[in-house]
Design a protein around this ligand. Sequence first.
Ligand code: GMT
Length: 373
Amino acid sequence: MKIGITCYPTYGGSGVVATELGKKLADMGNEVHFISYALPYRLNSFSSQLFYHEVEVLHYPLFEYPPYSLSLASKMAEVIEFQNLDIMHVHYAIPHATSAYLAKQMIPNRDLKYVTTLHGTDITLLGGDPSFFKITKFSIENSSGITAVSKFLRDKTIEVFNTKKEIEVIHNFVPFDMQNLEINPEIRRCYANDDEYIITHISNFRPLKRVTDIVPILKKIKDDLKVKVLMVGDGPERYKTEEQCRTEQLCNKVVFLGKQENISELLSISDVVLIPSASESFGLVALEALACGIPCVSTNAGGLPEVNKNGKTGFTREVGDIEGLAQAISTILSDRELAEKMGKTGKDRASKKFSAEIIIPKYIQYYEKILSE
Ligand code: GMT
Protein backbone atom coordinates (compact mmCIF):
# COMPACT_ATOMS: atom_id res chain seq x y z
CA MET A 1 0.00 0.00 0.00
CA LYS A 2 0.95 3.65 -0.36
CA ILE A 3 0.03 5.30 2.91
CA GLY A 4 0.14 8.94 3.97
CA ILE A 5 0.53 9.68 7.69
CA THR A 6 -0.01 13.00 9.42
CA CYS A 7 0.76 13.50 13.10
CA TYR A 8 2.18 16.00 15.55
CA PRO A 9 5.91 15.66 15.01
CA THR A 10 7.15 16.77 18.41
CA TYR A 11 7.10 14.94 21.75
CA GLY A 12 3.87 13.25 22.72
CA GLY A 13 2.34 9.80 22.60
CA SER A 14 0.26 10.32 19.47
CA GLY A 15 3.32 11.33 17.42
CA VAL A 16 5.34 8.42 18.81
CA VAL A 17 2.62 5.89 17.95
CA ALA A 18 2.08 7.35 14.45
CA THR A 19 5.79 7.42 13.65
CA GLU A 20 6.55 3.94 14.95
CA LEU A 21 3.50 2.65 13.04
CA GLY A 22 4.79 4.26 9.84
CA LYS A 23 8.27 2.79 10.33
CA LYS A 24 6.85 -0.71 10.87
CA LEU A 25 4.55 -0.39 7.83
CA ALA A 26 7.56 0.63 5.74
CA ASP A 27 9.58 -2.35 7.08
CA MET A 28 6.75 -4.56 5.82
CA GLY A 29 7.14 -3.20 2.30
CA ASN A 30 4.49 -0.49 2.25
CA GLU A 31 5.40 2.98 0.97
CA VAL A 32 4.86 5.49 3.76
CA HIS A 33 4.72 9.27 3.33
CA PHE A 34 4.79 11.47 6.44
CA ILE A 35 3.22 14.89 5.98
CA SER A 36 3.82 17.36 8.81
CA TYR A 37 5.34 20.75 9.68
CA ALA A 38 8.55 19.17 11.02
CA LEU A 39 10.33 15.84 10.80
CA PRO A 40 8.68 13.55 13.40
CA TYR A 41 11.34 13.19 16.08
CA ARG A 42 11.22 9.39 16.05
CA LEU A 43 11.65 9.31 12.27
CA ASN A 44 15.35 8.77 12.82
CA SER A 45 16.12 5.87 10.51
CA PHE A 46 16.49 5.58 6.76
CA SER A 47 14.51 3.37 4.43
CA SER A 48 13.76 3.36 0.71
CA GLN A 49 10.07 3.04 1.69
CA LEU A 50 9.91 6.11 3.98
CA PHE A 51 9.32 9.67 2.81
CA TYR A 52 8.83 12.98 4.55
CA HIS A 53 6.98 15.98 3.09
CA GLU A 54 7.26 19.20 5.03
CA VAL A 55 4.29 21.53 5.24
CA GLU A 56 5.47 25.08 4.73
CA VAL A 57 3.53 27.59 6.75
CA LEU A 58 3.49 30.97 5.09
CA HIS A 59 3.91 33.90 7.45
CA TYR A 60 2.26 37.06 6.24
CA PRO A 61 1.67 40.30 8.20
CA LEU A 62 -2.09 39.98 7.73
CA PHE A 63 -2.16 36.58 9.42
CA GLU A 64 -2.19 36.95 13.15
CA TYR A 65 -2.65 33.17 13.16
CA PRO A 66 -1.08 31.46 10.11
CA PRO A 67 -3.68 28.97 8.78
CA TYR A 68 -1.68 25.73 9.22
CA SER A 69 -4.73 23.53 8.57
CA LEU A 70 -5.03 24.97 5.05
CA SER A 71 -1.33 24.62 4.24
CA LEU A 72 -1.55 21.03 5.51
CA ALA A 73 -4.64 20.28 3.40
CA SER A 74 -2.88 21.67 0.32
CA LYS A 75 0.25 19.59 0.97
CA MET A 76 -1.86 16.48 1.60
CA ALA A 77 -3.70 16.93 -1.70
CA GLU A 78 -0.40 17.39 -3.55
CA VAL A 79 1.19 14.28 -2.02
CA ILE A 80 -1.95 12.16 -2.46
CA GLU A 81 -2.14 13.12 -6.12
CA PHE A 82 1.51 12.98 -7.13
CA GLN A 83 2.57 10.01 -5.02
CA ASN A 84 -0.67 8.22 -5.84
CA LEU A 85 -1.48 7.37 -2.23
CA ASP A 86 -4.07 4.68 -1.49
CA ILE A 87 -5.01 5.96 1.94
CA MET A 88 -4.31 8.78 4.42
CA HIS A 89 -4.05 8.03 8.13
CA VAL A 90 -4.26 11.08 10.40
CA HIS A 91 -3.44 10.98 14.10
CA TYR A 92 -5.23 13.38 16.46
CA ALA A 93 -8.45 14.77 15.05
CA ILE A 94 -7.75 18.48 15.35
CA PRO A 95 -6.97 19.83 12.79
CA HIS A 96 -5.67 16.77 10.92
CA ALA A 97 -9.05 15.16 10.17
CA THR A 98 -10.37 18.48 8.87
CA SER A 99 -7.34 18.97 6.62
CA ALA A 100 -7.75 15.42 5.28
CA TYR A 101 -11.42 16.12 4.54
CA LEU A 102 -10.43 19.26 2.59
CA ALA A 103 -7.68 17.42 0.72
CA LYS A 104 -10.21 14.78 -0.32
CA GLN A 105 -12.54 17.48 -1.70
CA MET A 106 -9.65 18.95 -3.69
CA ILE A 107 -9.15 15.75 -5.69
CA PRO A 108 -12.71 14.78 -6.67
CA ASN A 109 -11.53 12.39 -9.39
CA ARG A 110 -10.07 10.10 -6.71
CA ASP A 111 -12.16 8.38 -4.05
CA LEU A 112 -9.59 9.03 -1.36
CA LYS A 113 -10.09 7.20 1.93
CA TYR A 114 -8.85 8.69 5.15
CA VAL A 115 -8.65 7.10 8.57
CA THR A 116 -8.64 9.23 11.72
CA THR A 117 -7.12 7.89 14.91
CA LEU A 118 -8.41 9.59 18.04
CA HIS A 119 -5.79 9.86 20.76
CA GLY A 120 -7.20 11.70 23.74
CA THR A 121 -7.54 15.40 24.36
CA ASP A 122 -8.72 15.87 20.77
CA ILE A 123 -11.96 14.44 22.22
CA THR A 124 -11.84 14.80 26.01
CA LEU A 125 -10.61 18.39 26.19
CA LEU A 126 -10.77 20.16 22.83
CA GLY A 127 -13.39 18.36 20.74
CA GLY A 128 -16.16 19.08 23.22
CA ASP A 129 -15.26 22.75 23.52
CA PRO A 130 -17.86 24.92 21.73
CA SER A 131 -15.12 26.44 19.54
CA PHE A 132 -14.19 23.02 18.11
CA PHE A 133 -17.30 20.88 18.65
CA LYS A 134 -19.02 21.19 15.26
CA ILE A 135 -15.90 21.00 13.11
CA THR A 136 -14.56 18.00 15.05
CA LYS A 137 -17.87 16.12 14.85
CA PHE A 138 -18.10 16.92 11.14
CA SER A 139 -14.53 15.84 10.37
CA ILE A 140 -14.84 12.64 12.39
CA GLU A 141 -18.18 11.68 10.87
CA ASN A 142 -16.82 12.27 7.36
CA SER A 143 -13.72 10.14 7.93
CA SER A 144 -13.75 6.90 5.95
CA GLY A 145 -12.80 5.12 9.18
CA ILE A 146 -12.17 6.03 12.79
CA THR A 147 -10.07 4.27 15.36
CA ALA A 148 -9.67 5.05 19.05
CA VAL A 149 -6.73 4.00 21.21
CA SER A 150 -8.94 2.60 24.00
CA LYS A 151 -12.47 1.44 24.72
CA PHE A 152 -12.76 4.38 27.08
CA LEU A 153 -11.99 6.83 24.27
CA ARG A 154 -14.42 5.13 21.87
CA ASP A 155 -17.25 5.39 24.43
CA LYS A 156 -16.30 8.97 25.31
CA THR A 157 -16.37 9.98 21.63
CA ILE A 158 -19.84 8.46 21.17
CA GLU A 159 -21.01 10.30 24.31
CA VAL A 160 -19.44 13.70 23.50
CA PHE A 161 -20.55 13.79 19.85
CA ASN A 162 -23.67 11.69 20.15
CA THR A 163 -22.51 9.93 17.01
CA LYS A 164 -23.61 6.66 15.43
CA LYS A 165 -20.36 6.39 13.48
CA GLU A 166 -18.61 3.06 14.03
CA ILE A 167 -15.35 3.41 15.93
CA GLU A 168 -12.78 0.63 15.93
CA VAL A 169 -10.69 0.22 19.07
CA ILE A 170 -7.05 -0.41 18.23
CA HIS A 171 -4.93 -0.12 21.34
CA ASN A 172 -1.51 1.48 21.26
CA PHE A 173 1.52 -0.79 20.97
CA VAL A 174 4.92 -0.92 22.68
CA PRO A 175 6.93 1.66 20.71
CA PHE A 176 10.35 0.04 21.19
CA ASP A 177 12.09 -3.29 20.86
CA MET A 178 11.22 -5.34 23.96
CA GLN A 179 13.91 -7.96 23.29
CA ASN A 180 17.07 -6.05 24.13
CA LEU A 181 16.11 -4.17 27.25
CA GLU A 182 18.53 -4.29 30.11
CA ILE A 183 19.31 -2.29 33.21
CA ASN A 184 22.32 -0.08 32.69
CA PRO A 185 23.90 0.24 36.17
CA GLU A 186 25.88 3.29 35.07
CA ILE A 187 22.70 5.21 34.29
CA ARG A 188 21.18 4.05 37.58
CA ARG A 189 24.22 5.24 39.50
CA CYS A 190 23.83 8.75 38.01
CA TYR A 191 20.65 9.20 39.99
CA ALA A 192 20.54 6.88 43.00
CA ASN A 193 22.73 5.07 45.49
CA ASP A 194 22.52 1.29 45.76
CA ASP A 195 20.20 1.48 48.79
CA GLU A 196 17.76 3.89 47.13
CA TYR A 197 14.66 3.07 45.08
CA ILE A 198 13.80 5.00 41.92
CA ILE A 199 10.27 6.28 41.29
CA THR A 200 9.90 7.67 37.77
CA HIS A 201 7.33 10.05 36.34
CA ILE A 202 7.21 10.89 32.63
CA SER A 203 4.85 13.43 31.10
CA ASN A 204 4.47 16.81 29.46
CA PHE A 205 3.71 18.41 32.84
CA ARG A 206 0.34 19.76 31.76
CA PRO A 207 -2.29 20.35 34.50
CA LEU A 208 -4.16 17.13 33.66
CA LYS A 209 -1.03 15.11 34.51
CA ARG A 210 -1.36 16.32 38.15
CA VAL A 211 2.40 16.48 38.65
CA THR A 212 1.75 18.66 41.71
CA ASP A 213 0.43 15.50 43.45
CA ILE A 214 3.90 13.94 43.29
CA VAL A 215 5.62 15.84 46.12
CA PRO A 216 2.65 15.24 48.50
CA ILE A 217 2.78 11.54 47.53
CA LEU A 218 6.52 11.45 48.16
CA LYS A 219 5.98 12.92 51.65
CA LYS A 220 3.62 10.05 52.51
CA ILE A 221 5.87 7.20 51.38
CA LYS A 222 7.01 5.04 54.30
CA ASP A 223 9.90 6.73 56.15
CA ASP A 224 12.16 3.69 56.14
CA LEU A 225 12.16 3.58 52.33
CA LYS A 226 14.92 5.61 50.73
CA VAL A 227 13.68 6.92 47.40
CA LYS A 228 14.66 9.16 44.54
CA VAL A 229 12.07 10.58 42.15
CA LEU A 230 13.01 11.10 38.51
CA MET A 231 10.84 13.71 36.83
CA VAL A 232 11.16 13.28 33.08
CA GLY A 233 9.65 15.79 30.65
CA ASP A 234 8.76 19.43 30.76
CA GLY A 235 5.74 21.67 30.60
CA PRO A 236 3.66 24.32 32.34
CA GLU A 237 3.51 22.69 35.80
CA ARG A 238 7.23 22.04 36.16
CA TYR A 239 7.94 25.32 37.90
CA LYS A 240 5.21 24.72 40.53
CA THR A 241 6.60 21.24 41.22
CA GLU A 242 10.14 22.58 41.62
CA GLU A 243 8.75 25.20 44.00
CA GLN A 244 7.05 22.43 46.05
CA CYS A 245 10.38 20.59 46.34
CA ARG A 246 12.06 23.74 47.66
CA THR A 247 9.28 24.50 50.14
CA GLU A 248 9.26 20.93 51.45
CA GLN A 249 13.08 20.72 51.38
CA LEU A 250 12.94 17.67 49.13
CA CYS A 251 15.25 18.92 46.37
CA ASN A 252 17.79 16.23 47.26
CA LYS A 253 15.18 13.54 46.53
CA VAL A 254 13.72 14.83 43.26
CA VAL A 255 15.72 15.07 40.04
CA PHE A 256 14.28 17.00 37.08
CA LEU A 257 15.69 15.57 33.87
CA GLY A 258 13.71 17.62 31.34
CA LYS A 259 12.72 16.15 27.98
CA GLN A 260 14.46 12.86 27.25
CA GLU A 261 14.47 10.51 24.29
CA ASN A 262 15.71 7.21 25.74
CA ILE A 263 12.57 6.46 27.70
CA SER A 264 13.03 2.68 27.84
CA GLU A 265 16.51 3.10 29.36
CA LEU A 266 15.17 5.37 32.09
CA LEU A 267 12.21 3.09 32.78
CA SER A 268 14.46 0.05 33.00
CA ILE A 269 16.49 1.56 35.87
CA SER A 270 13.27 2.43 37.78
CA ASP A 271 11.60 0.47 40.57
CA VAL A 272 8.15 1.90 40.04
CA VAL A 273 6.48 4.29 37.59
CA LEU A 274 4.01 6.87 38.88
CA ILE A 275 1.12 8.28 36.79
CA PRO A 276 -1.20 10.53 38.85
CA SER A 277 -3.15 11.81 35.77
CA ALA A 278 -6.66 13.24 36.01
CA SER A 279 -7.39 12.01 32.51
CA GLU A 280 -5.61 9.62 30.18
CA SER A 281 -7.19 7.99 27.16
CA PHE A 282 -4.60 5.21 27.19
CA GLY A 283 -1.37 6.13 29.02
CA LEU A 284 1.47 5.14 26.73
CA VAL A 285 3.95 5.54 29.61
CA ALA A 286 2.04 2.91 31.59
CA LEU A 287 2.44 0.48 28.69
CA GLU A 288 6.12 1.37 28.34
CA ALA A 289 6.60 0.64 32.07
CA LEU A 290 4.90 -2.76 31.69
CA ALA A 291 7.04 -3.57 28.68
CA CYS A 292 10.17 -2.82 30.72
CA GLY A 293 8.93 -5.08 33.54
CA ILE A 294 8.41 -2.18 35.96
CA PRO A 295 5.31 -2.06 38.21
CA CYS A 296 3.05 0.89 37.53
CA VAL A 297 1.16 2.95 40.10
CA SER A 298 -1.45 5.05 38.36
CA THR A 299 -4.87 6.55 38.78
CA ASN A 300 -7.83 4.70 37.35
CA ALA A 301 -8.67 7.62 35.01
CA GLY A 302 -9.94 6.98 31.48
CA GLY A 303 -8.23 4.13 29.67
CA LEU A 304 -5.47 3.52 32.25
CA PRO A 305 -7.19 0.42 33.72
CA GLU A 306 -7.21 -1.10 30.21
CA VAL A 307 -3.41 -1.08 30.44
CA ASN A 308 -2.45 -1.19 34.14
CA LYS A 309 -4.31 -4.00 35.93
CA ASN A 310 -4.90 -3.24 39.59
CA GLY A 311 -3.10 -5.72 41.84
CA LYS A 312 -1.51 -7.48 38.87
CA THR A 313 0.78 -5.16 36.90
CA GLY A 314 0.79 -2.50 39.62
CA PHE A 315 -1.96 -0.61 41.39
CA THR A 316 -4.66 1.83 40.30
CA ARG A 317 -6.21 4.38 42.66
CA GLU A 318 -8.79 7.19 42.41
CA VAL A 319 -7.61 10.52 40.97
CA GLY A 320 -6.23 12.68 43.79
CA ASP A 321 -5.94 9.79 46.28
CA ILE A 322 -2.52 10.91 47.54
CA GLU A 323 -2.61 8.53 50.49
CA GLY A 324 -3.63 5.53 48.35
CA LEU A 325 -1.03 6.21 45.66
CA ALA A 326 1.71 6.61 48.32
CA GLN A 327 0.63 3.39 50.04
CA ALA A 328 0.64 1.52 46.73
CA ILE A 329 4.21 2.66 46.05
CA SER A 330 5.30 1.73 49.60
CA THR A 331 3.74 -1.74 49.21
CA ILE A 332 5.64 -2.38 45.98
CA LEU A 333 8.95 -1.04 47.27
CA SER A 334 8.83 -2.96 50.54
CA ASP A 335 7.84 -6.30 48.99
CA ARG A 336 10.44 -7.22 46.40
CA GLU A 337 8.75 -10.53 45.62
CA LEU A 338 5.51 -8.75 44.77
CA ALA A 339 7.40 -6.15 42.72
CA GLU A 340 9.10 -8.87 40.70
CA LYS A 341 5.82 -10.72 40.15
CA MET A 342 4.08 -7.54 39.00
CA GLY A 343 6.98 -6.68 36.69
CA LYS A 344 6.83 -10.12 35.11
CA THR A 345 3.04 -10.02 34.72
CA GLY A 346 3.32 -6.56 33.14
CA LYS A 347 5.95 -7.66 30.67
CA ASP A 348 3.87 -10.68 29.73
CA ARG A 349 0.77 -8.56 29.29
CA ALA A 350 2.65 -6.01 27.15
CA SER A 351 4.01 -8.67 24.82
CA LYS A 352 0.80 -10.74 24.58
CA LYS A 353 -1.70 -7.89 24.18
CA PHE A 354 0.19 -4.79 23.08
CA SER A 355 3.20 -5.80 21.03
CA ALA A 356 3.75 -4.22 17.61
CA GLU A 357 3.42 -7.72 16.10
CA ILE A 358 -0.14 -7.94 17.40
CA ILE A 359 -1.32 -4.37 16.88
CA ILE A 360 0.18 -3.41 13.47
CA PRO A 361 -1.71 -6.17 11.58
CA LYS A 362 -4.92 -4.76 13.08
CA TYR A 363 -4.21 -1.41 11.38
CA ILE A 364 -3.41 -3.16 8.10
CA GLN A 365 -6.65 -5.16 8.24
CA TYR A 366 -8.53 -1.98 9.04
CA TYR A 367 -7.01 -0.14 6.03
CA GLU A 368 -7.96 -3.09 3.83
CA LYS A 369 -11.52 -3.05 5.12
CA ILE A 370 -11.85 0.70 4.53
CA LEU A 371 -10.32 0.46 1.05
CA SER A 372 -12.72 -2.30 0.07
CA GLU A 373 -15.83 -0.33 1.06
O1 GMT B 1 -4.20 13.91 23.79
C1 GMT B 1 -3.16 14.38 24.27
O2 GMT B 1 -3.09 14.96 25.34
C2 GMT B 1 -1.90 14.28 23.50
C3 GMT B 1 -1.58 12.88 23.21
C4 GMT B 1 -0.14 12.84 22.87
O3 GMT B 1 0.18 13.22 21.74
O4 GMT B 1 0.65 12.49 23.75
O5 GMT B 1 -1.81 11.99 24.33
C5 GMT B 1 -2.86 11.11 24.17
O6 GMT B 1 -2.44 10.12 23.27
C6 GMT B 1 -1.53 9.16 23.77
C7 GMT B 1 -1.18 8.19 22.64
O7 GMT B 1 -2.32 7.56 22.16
C8 GMT B 1 -2.16 8.45 24.97
O8 GMT B 1 -1.27 7.48 25.49
C9 GMT B 1 -2.46 9.49 26.06
O9 GMT B 1 -3.13 8.85 27.13
C10 GMT B 1 -3.35 10.58 25.50
N1 GMT B 1 -3.44 11.68 26.48
C11 GMT B 1 -4.57 11.95 27.14
O10 GMT B 1 -5.61 11.34 26.98
C12 GMT B 1 -4.48 13.04 28.13
